[in-house]
Design a protein around this ligand. Structure first.
Ligand SMILES: Nc1ncnc2c1ncn2[C@@H]1O[C@H](COP(=O)(O)OP(=O)(O)OP(=O)(O)O)[C@@H](O)[C@H]1O
Ligand SMILES: [Mg+2]
Length: 340
């Protein structure tokens, strides 16, 4: 049985608990005192720009590297003192594909099952069940090198599920995948979470975090710079946007002009979203909302609809890290040897 620490506040047990984790590489502080908790059966999104320390965190939590100081406890097992027990309850899909390209998908999964001490029969059954689940049955006997990027990622996910992990680490699972394949991977992750798996997901894609994670930890240069629920972080960054649609579409420009004239202090100017026939105006308080509505009606413009929008996660990320989040189209090249 796995021991789980009870979380006194949330009711859900804490599956991953990290305190003061530090890891240096020479002069580089890859992790500089990281704290985080992942609750049972939830997805924690770890966001951060390149070099933030995401992979280093995942490596510490997988016992692949030993931290210089701090503690990491996964499903009740300490990463430094109980690495063997810990490894039995985790699954890992690394940032770069880890399957053996020369052998088939089925052989890859069978081999991992055998490494995890399953009998031949069990390993075969588990491989077949996972091939089916990840829609790889038809390609099961082909060498993995003939698989598309998405099929390889699905094989990676299947491989990390062989040992029925309690906690799964996904390190940038969809970097470089096309949108359709990315959606397939997201669906698989969601279905694993429904089955009760706890997931720690690192990503640079805000859309991925929105799709999968319930809580976020933003790290930069080895430090946690923000954490909390998605809406909580959005609210913390401050500011909302009003999206106003005039009842008469011809009043779109006059509406924008009225709002510009209002000159709300310290705010960016209004923007016209002609495609949707709406005007966007950033506000900082309820008083400003009242002022906006008052100014518009004073001009004789009838408001068709008005909605408040929280900032996008991209805006949150920009505001917290001072850097733009990656667009999913950024296909990062796999590491490869360069002939000199
Ligand atoms: N084996 C290593 N030797 C030396 N420095 C390392 C090593 N691994 C990581 N680093 C450094 O530690 C820092 C954190 O790296 P890490 O790979 O954890 O970042 P990351 O957030 O995963 O980045 P990316 O988004 O590019 O994958 C970086 O400055 C990196 O250069
Ligand atoms: Mg990384």
């Amino acid at each position: 049985m796995t021991r789980i620490d009870k979380n006194p506040e949330g009711g859900r047990a804490v599956a991953v608990s990290v305190r003061g984790l530090v890891k240096h590489y020479g002069e580089t502080k890859a992790l500089d005192g990281v704290d985080l908790d992942v609750h049972e059966g939830t997805v924690m999104g770890v966001l951060g720009p390149n070099g933030a320390g995401k992979t280093t965190l995942v490596r510490c939590l997988s016992t692949l590297i030993v931290p210089d100081s701090g503690t990491a406890v996964v499903a009740g097992y300490d990463a430094v003192h109980q690495p063997r027990q810990l490894r039995r309850v985790i699954g890992l899909t690394g940032q770069y594909a880890s399957v053996d390209e020369k052998i088939s998908g089925r052989e890859n999964l069978y081999m991992i099952g055998r490494l995890l001490d399953l009998s031949r029969k069990e390993a075969r059954a588990r491989a077949d069940a996972l091939l089916e689940r990840f829609s790889l049955t038809e390609a099961a006997t082909r060498p993995a090198k003939t698989y598309s990027g998405g099929m390889r990622r699905r094989l990676d996910l299947a491989a990390s599920m062989i040992g029925r992990p309690h906690v799964l680490y996904l390190d940038e699972p969809t970097t470089g995948l096309d949108p359709r394949t990315r959606n397939e991977v997201w669906d698989e992750v969601k279905s694993m979470v429904r089955d009760g798996v706890t997931v720690l997901l690192t990503t640079q894609y805000m859309e991925e975090a929105e799709q999968l994670a319930s809580e976020l930890t933003v790290i930069d240069r080895g430090k946690v710079i923000a954490n909390g629920g998605i809406d909580e972080l959005k609210a913390k960054v401050g500011g909302r946007t009003l999206r106003i649609r005039p009842a008469d579409p011809l009043e779109l420009r006059p509406l924008a002009a009225a709002l510009d004239d209002l000159g709300l202090t310290g705010l960016a100017t209004t923007t016209v979203d002609a495609d949707s026939g709406t005007v966007l105006v950033p506000i900082l308080s309820d008083e400003q909302l009242t002022a906006v509505v008052g100014a518009v009606t004073a001009r004789g413009i009838t408001i068709g609809s008005i909605v408040t929008e929280l900032p996008s996660l991209d805006e949150v990320f920009l505001s917290i890290t001072g850097q733009k989040a990656s667009a999913p189209q950024d296909v990062r090249p796999e590491l490869e040897e360069v002939a000199v």
